[in-house]
Design a protein around this ligand. Structure first.
Ligand SMILES: Nc1nc2c(ncn2[C@@H]2O[C@H](COP(=O)(O)OP(=O)(O)OP(=O)(O)O)[C@@H](O)[C@H]2O)c(=O)[nH]1
Ligand SMILES: [Mg+2]
Length: 353
């Protein structure tokens, strides 16, 4: 799923003013009559509930609004350039990267909510404006000014209920596939999942959103491997499931590695409600070490859940327990004021027509 893209937008240039003179039979010296250029079209971004992700922006660089038309004789003004409205999914952050420093322009959360990001150029004045008592036949007219250009980043903020984290190949995608219809890829090599993948799971009649994140390895917190931006989804989710393969060389070391990477990325992630799921429990090799592993986890005050993403054994229980943990955390946090985050919420744009 594409949840982060960069594009360039360019508003339309203003139309040029005209430098023309009135002409009519029997009127030998008609005055200047060049009309003004029309304004260039502006560019705005608008949230649309029918958009799922930012995939349609991939590989498309420049988005431009229409230029204003030039003025014409008979004091005729040029038409306005066509406005460009770019539709994005709900919960998209619009960042302006133009000035080198990222500036948050908007957090578009509601259908129809929008923000103007680039103003159209002004139309140039026609020569009617330049006639003076000493110069009654001005030949100059103004050019239209260019429209604004901006480099933007769109970032989708999907808040999942549960995020699956784990080392590569631990079976996170298999887990999601076993309980949802999410079309996620599963393969026997590591790093199959390259970006966050969402699935909806029906848990006792309630739809729970689960996000499958790319594999974590030593150095992931600093962007090693597939980058670390996907960990934002872990931050925003209500609970985490640590998925560890029971047949891995050292599942305890994997668990410690996950804790370390999560904590180095954001200490707050360590306090997030979580459940440890030891996967592939259908394998005889895992069953053979189950009790030993359980004891090893107990020594670290961790209660492991043995599951099989392949057979589905224990998977729903793990999700249900994660949800219960998330709910308890919300109750506990109630009344505790969160630090306010400054987010610019533009008023819904006035719509024409
Ligand atoms: N026997 C068994 N194999 C499993 C189970 N879950 C996953 N596998 C296998 O483990 C391999 C990796 O599974 P994935 O679901 O792709 O693992 P992942 O954690 O999403 O891996 P990456 O996205 O590549 O990091 C595949 O060959 C799966 O068939 C399980 O419960 N039992
Ligand atoms: Mg995967």
């Amino acid at each position: 799923m594409v949840d982060n893209v960069e594009i360039i937008v360019r508003a339309g240039k203003g139309g040029n003013g005209a430098a023309t003179f009135h002409r009519e039979k029997y009127i030998p010296r008609g005055g200047p009559d060049g009309g003004d250029g029309g304004p260039g079209g502006s560019v705005s971004i608008e949230a649309d509930r029918n958009m799922d992700d930012l995939g349609c922006f991939k590989g498309r660089g420049l988005f431009r609004a229409g230029n204003g038309q030039s003025g014409a004789r008979n004091k005729k003004s040029g038409g306005r350039g066509e406005e460009l409205v770019i539709k994005v999914p709900l919960n998209t952050l619009v960042w302006d990267l133009t000035g080198g420093e990222d500036v948050l322009l908007a957090d578009l959360t509601q259908h129809g909510e929008g923000v103007t990001v680039a103003g159209g150029g002004k139309g140039g004045r026609g020569n009617v404006h330049f006639a003076t008592s000493t110069n009654q036949a001005p030949t100059e007219a103004e050019e239209g000014t260019p429209g604004q250009e901006r480099r933007l980043r769109f970032e989708m903020r999907l808040a999942a209920d549960i995020a699956l984290v784990g080392p590569p190949n631990s079976g996170r995608s298999s887990l999601l596939r076993s309980v949802s219809r999410a079309p996620v890829a599963v393969a026997e090599y590591p790093f199959t999942t390259r970006g966050p993948e969402l699935g909806a799971v029906d848990l006792h009649g309630k739809s729970v959103v689960v996000v499958d994140l790319p594999g974590l390895m030593p150095g992931s917190h600093a962007g090693k491997g597939l980058g670390n931006s996907f960990l934002r989804h872990a931050q925003r989710s209500g609970a985490l499931v640590y998925v560890i393969a029971g047949d891995a060389g050292d599942p305890i070391a994997d668990y410690l590695m996950l804790r370390e990477e999560l904590g180095l990325y954001d200490k707050g992630l360590l306090r997030k409600p979580h459940v440890v799921a030891v996967n592939k429990a259908d394998l005889p090799s895992v069953q053979a070490v189950m009790e030993e592993l359980r004891k090893a986890f107990h020594r670290r005050q961790v209660e492991p859940h043995f599951i099989s993403a392949q057979t589905g054994q224990g998977v729903m229980e793990v999700l249900a327990e994660s949800m219960a943990g998330a709910k308890a955390a919300v109750v506990e946090a109630a009344g505790v004021e969160e630090e306010p985050v400054e987010v610019i919420r533009p008023k819904p744009k006035a719509r024409k027509g």
